[in-house]
Design a protein around this ligand. Structure first.
Ligand code: HXC
Length: 519
């Protein structure tokens, strides 16, 4: 073969690889409202930046007639490229080749990009669209999955790992995304479950569809497994890019600070009015978040799950931060199992990638009841406590209104190494709310009052006395647990000044193999 023929052969092989499982299967993929593995990569990465590895890899199986079917790339497209000019590694499962199922060589390809992403210190993006283990390859597929899982584990907290689910992701295969930092699922075209509907029916008798068992809505609302439910793949691509905008390339770098065109001293008079006069009345904490962050931009995570706590990324004077805020608009912002788990994981996510945590507190306490106690609220609440206490990033806490009991301590309190703790004048920082306190302190006396009107008057009087005396920020400020009581309208500026001051903060934990966080 002459040199020109060799070059022609290369071009032809590349063309063959780009066709994946063939035109018919590509058409079928498009017919399901899905893009192909390569199209997805092109749309996620900066134009023309993708550099592909291992295009000529094929499987090594000789069973069940596979020896007669070879497709270049073997069901997964891997390589690197850039997003906003920053290097990322990527793998994208190709459903048109054996249903994107995982073979020995497929796993080797994925492991290669994972290893290199870890060495280079660049984020890893995984696009999942697969029928799981390649059945014809038997245990080699299982070993391949485990090789990937092990790398997911070693990369955790070292490089950001983002998983998008744009098709099936079932059985043990779910554990690779589950080990990563962020999961994005496309609505109606993706599903994730450990055990599918068929086996579920056989084992438990329950009849359920793919969508109802593990669709994007289920994981966004009920399980909290998905951080984002994307309306379609395009929105999913944007969410991947957007999430990475806030994150450093790896744990040794600082998150990318942008030039901020939103005035740092922008005040908002509406914030002075946002807390209702009636302490039992709800309000939307997101109004406060949108008001204080740069350009009113807030990337909310797990928007539909445990809505009593709000988490997400935003910037203050260009500095990326994680925000955690109790949401009085939902279950009065109470801390329950789901909210504790959700916020705990998020605080740790921020801490491992050096994002300061800004906490907005309005929490009446932990949710009482047997369901919560039997479900282990003790352990789950402890997770959140642990996450705050262990985090060494700058921690700024602003108490807006209620901050009672154990929940007060948990939500970024001074004693959990909160660096700067402010309170609004409307803050109520106390051991418990006035109602509960008066019930404990005056319960017997109140019960002994026969006249209902007199009973109500006495109760109200005592509650008001308690509120005046204890439910304010000044008791805590008196002891230095609160550094300052601030005017709500100035909150943005005060947060930015705190962050700027804390930029060089250094803190560390005692040497140990690892902590034993109550998982
Ligand atoms: C080999 C597979 C495959 C697999 C699909 N294909 N899954 N080949 N191994 N696991 C092939 C099909 O034979 C078909 O080939 C092509 O991919 C497309 O599949 P269809 O069934 O036509 O597509 P669709 O109707 O969209 O259904 C998709 C599907 C279904 C729901 C994913 O294919 C399916 O149920 N697959 C099996 C899932 C499964 O049980 N996997 C193993 C689970 S065990 P042709 O040539 O017709 O295009 C597991 C353990 C992991 O994953 C453990 C990790 C620790």
């Amino acid at each position: 073969m002459g040199n020109q023929d060799k070059i022609r052969q290369l071009v032809e092989l590349r063309q063959e690889a780009r066709l994946g499982g063939g035109a018919e299967r590509i058409e079928s993929q498009h017919g399901k409202g899905k893009y192909t593995a390569r199209e997805r990569i092109e749309m996620i990465l900066d134009e023309g930046s993708f550099e592909e590895f291992d295009m000529f890899v094929t499987h090594r199986s000789h069973d069940f007639g596979l020896e007669k079917q070879h497709y270049l790339s073997d069901g997964v497209i891997t390589g690197h490229g850039t997003i906003d000019g920053r290097v990322v590694y990527i793998f994208s499962q190709d459903f048109t080749v054996f249903g994107g199922s995982l073979s020995e060589t497929f796993a080797l390809k994925v492991c290669k990009v994972m290893d290199q992403a870890i060495k280079v210190g660049a984020p890893l993006i995984g696009i999942n669209d697969s029928g799981g283990a390649r059945i014809q390859e038997g245990v080699k597929s299982l070993a391949g999955y485990a090789e990937i899982f092990q790398r997911n584990i070693m990369a955790s907290g070292v490089i950001p790992q983002i998983s998008a689910i744009f098709g099936p992701c079932a059985g043990g295969a779910v554990y690779s995304p589950a080990l990563t930092d962020v999961i994005i699922m496309s609505d109606k075209t993706s599903y994730m479950f450990v055990t599918g509907p068929r086996v579920t029916k056989t084992v438990t008798g329950e009849e359920i569809t793919n969508e109802d068992l593990g669709g994007a809505e289920v994981h966004a609302m009920k399980s909290g497994v998905a951080h984002f439910k994307a309306e379609n793949e395009e929105e999913g691509f944007l969410l991947i890019r957007k999430t990475l905008e806030y994150l450093p390339q790896n744990n040794l770098e600082e998150p990318p600070v942008l030039v901020c065109d939103d005035p740092i001293d922008r005040t908002d008079d509406a914030l002075n009015e946002v807390i209702p006069e009636d302490p039992h009345k709800p309000y939307d904490v997101k109004e406060i978040i949108y008001s204080v962050v740069d350009n009113h931009e807030f990337l909310e995570f797990q928007r539909h799950f445990a809505k009593n706590i709000v988490i997400g990324f935003a910037r203050f004077n260009g500095i990326p931060c994680g925000i955690v805020a109790n949401q009085p608009n939902f279950l009065a912002g109470v801390l329950d199992i789901s909210a504790s788990r959700k916020a705990a994981r998020f605080v740790r996510f921020c801490d491992c990638f050096n994002l300061p945590v800004v906490t907005l507190v309005d929490v009446p306490g932990f949710l009482p009841g047997s369901a919560q106690e039997y479900g282990g609220i003790i352990i789950h609440g402890a997770k959140l406590m642990f996450s705050y206490g262990e985090a060494t990033v700058p921690k700024i806490t602003i108490t807006l209104r209620k901050s009672y009991g154990g929940a007060h301590d948990v939500m970024g309190s001074k004693q959990l190494r909160g660096d700067i703790n402010y309170a609004w004048p409307t803050a109520e920082i106390a051991v418990m709310g006035p109602k509960g306190a008066i019930e404990v302190l005056e319960g017997k006396k109140i019960a002994s009052i026969v006249d209902p009107a007199e009973r109500a008057r006495y109760t109200a009087e005592k509650e008001s006395e308690y509120r005046e005396k204890f439910a304010n920020p000044y008791q805590a400020a008196k002891y230095g647990y609160i550094d300052d009581v601030i005017e709500p309208r100035n909150t943005r500026f005060r947060i930015i000044r705190a962050l700027t001051t804390l930029a060089t903060k250094k803190d560390k934990n005692l040497p140990r193999k690892h902590s034993n966080i109550p998982l």
